[in-house]
Write a protein that binds this ligand. Structure first.
Ligand SMILES: N[C@@H](CCC(=O)N[C@@H](CS)C(=O)NCC(=O)O)C(=O)O
Length: 250
């Protein structure tokens, strides 16, 4: 059994990446909600498995070496671990070219599309002041990144190599947010066709619509509630110590 630590209020693209993969592979898993709006990601027990105080994190209770439960944090690392375990959606180590292409496009997502979209939403939606320079800067950069995907997908069906892989799942999971970025998608026809192909897969429906996680509050107006906004968007180097001092048992 694999425990998957997820946001309690649903809606996290980084969590959906993992659910998409698990639903495709059929590996047994169960969700462990972490209420990041209340600060549960700062608790000692969680930090032992998720030292970056973010979800997703997994704990595999039956790792292939037969040893103690094994934890993995960071969505890309989790995807590589699970795909290797299942022997699916990532080329094997012996196929050096296809594997390195797949990992390049996976890392491209976590190093580029994810953080820049995150900043764009922050300045568009969550920032108390509307800063035109920041909004323009991140809108431009996200547009550039859509262009990078569009060029790749005009040359081949999938981002990584010849087959649907963890590289596609990772970038796809950001699609739930695409409607909110304000870009003109008529410029990215191949990207839209790629998205439709993934949405036609039964694993997509299971991950997004059938599980309780998919049915939870999407995006969460909860994020604007008293204290939550500060806990999520005003973190600094003192946050964990302050939280643990205020919650002695944590
Ligand atoms: N680079 C991380 C990003 C994970 C991330 O941003 N997680 C968010 C939810 S989508 C989170 O746990 N936020 C809680 C916090 O920042 O305290 C990954 O790819 O796994």
């Amino acid at each position: 059994m694999i425990d998957v630590y997820v946001t309690a209020y649903g809606g996290s693209p980084n969590v959906y990446k993992i659910l998409l993969l698990l639903e495709e592979t059929g590996l047994p898993f169960q969700l462990q909600p972490v209420d990041t709006s209340k600060g549960e990601q700062f608790e000692r027990d969680f930090l032992r498995i998720g030292p970056n105080n973010k979800v997703p994190v997994i704990v595999d209770h039956a790792p292939v070496d037969g040893g103690a439960p094994l934890s993995v944090f960071e969505s890309a690392a989790i995807m590589i671990y699970l795909a290797d375990k299942a022997g699916q959606f990532i080329p094997p180590a012996s196929d050096v070219r296809a594997r390195s292409e797949t990992i390049s496009w996976l890392v491209w997502q976590v190093a580029n599309l994810g953080p820049y979209m995150g900043q764009l939403f922050h300045f568009n939606v969550y920032a108390p002041e509307k800063l035109p320079y920041a909004i323009k800067r991140y809108t431009n950069e996200v547009g550039r990144l859509y262009g990078v995907m569009e060029r790749r997908l005009s040359q081949q069906a999938w981002l990584g190599n010849d087959d649907y892989s963890i590289a596609d799942m990772a970038s796809f999971a950001l699609t739930s947010e695409w409607r909110r970025t304000g870009h003109d998608f008529t410029k990215f026809p191949n990207l839209l066709k790629w998205r439709d192909r993934i949405e036609a897969r039964p694993a997509y429906t299971r991950a997004y619509a059938e599980r309780d996680y998919g049915k939870a509050v999407i995006g969460g107006s909860a994020l604007f509630e008293e204290g939550t906004w500060q806990r999520l968007f005003q973190q600094n180097e003192d946050t964990i110590a302050r939280y643990q001092a205020d919650h002695k048992s944590a």
